[in-house]
Design a protein around this ligand. Structure first.
Ligand SMILES: C[S@@+](CC[C@H](N)C(=O)[O-])C[C@H]1O[C@@H](n2cnc3c(N)ncnc32)[C@H](O)[C@@H]1O
Length: 189
């Protein structure tokens, strides 16, 4: 389930031939019956919500007693090396001072948010290091990120963004870091 048509199209294509139903919807008003689901996975999406407690309460509504939620998010400091790179390029000078994408649901508060709705059974923090070999790889990632305020001719155009970055910065490997956090919660009754 997702609210984005392109994401749903990709999910349909990846799951073709399997018994999977892809559904459009909003995680604040899930198109599911109350107490119907054995398992819910909210992977790297709740941070889009300005009211994550409401989204978690909605996930609880849909879980049956004994039902399990796996929620995953990242730290507020994730990929700040990319923020610095984009700011240094001059393409988005405010990139390093803009609030984190993960400000409402992050590694530091995911357990408390789940705890308000469910019984927390497991918390795990993994340190991830991502290495981009060159600016081409950086641009392929950045062109999909909602965080940056890039000129419209570069948004969604990784090749044009690569050229713009290479005109402004030395082409070199870029290492970025993130904490990825998983919390498992159970609906007791
Ligand atoms: C980083 S992507 C993760 C997609 C997928 N869960 C995964 O792990 O590959 C975040 C997704 O959250 C979706 N999203 C944002 N707000 C949403 C909402 N209110 N209801 C449903 N999906 C939402 C976006 O459309 C986007 O596809």
């Amino acid at each position: 389930m997702d609210s984005s048509a392109p994401l749903l199209a990709q999910a349909r294509s990846r799951t073709r031939g399997h018994r999977v139903q892809v559904v459009a919807g909003d995680f604040h008003a899930l198109p599911l019956r109350t107490r119907s689901a054995a398992l819910a996975v909210a992977a790297f999406c709740l941070y889009h919500s300005a009211t994550p407690a409401a989204a978690l309460s909605e996930l609880r509504r849909c879980l049956r007693p004994g039902g399990v939620l796996i929620a995953a998010t990242k730290s507020t400091t994730s990929y700040r090396e990319l923020d610095q790179l984009i700011a240094a390029s001059g393409l988005d000078p405010e990139a390093a001072s803009r609030p984190s994408l993960y400000r409402t649901v992050h590694s530091g508060n995911l357990d408390q948010l789940v705890h308000a709705a469910l019984t927390v059974r497991y918390i795990r923090h993994d340190e991830h290091v991502f290495r981009f070999d060159d600016l081409d790889q950086v641009a392929a990632y950045l062109a999909t990120s909602p965080k940056y305020h890039l000129p419209s001719e570069l948004l969604g155009h990784p090749e044009a963004l690569t050229r713009a970055l290479k005109n402004r910065l030395p082409n070199r490997p870029i290492t970025t870091t993130s904490t990825v956090t998983y919390v498992i919660g159970v609906r007791d009754e």
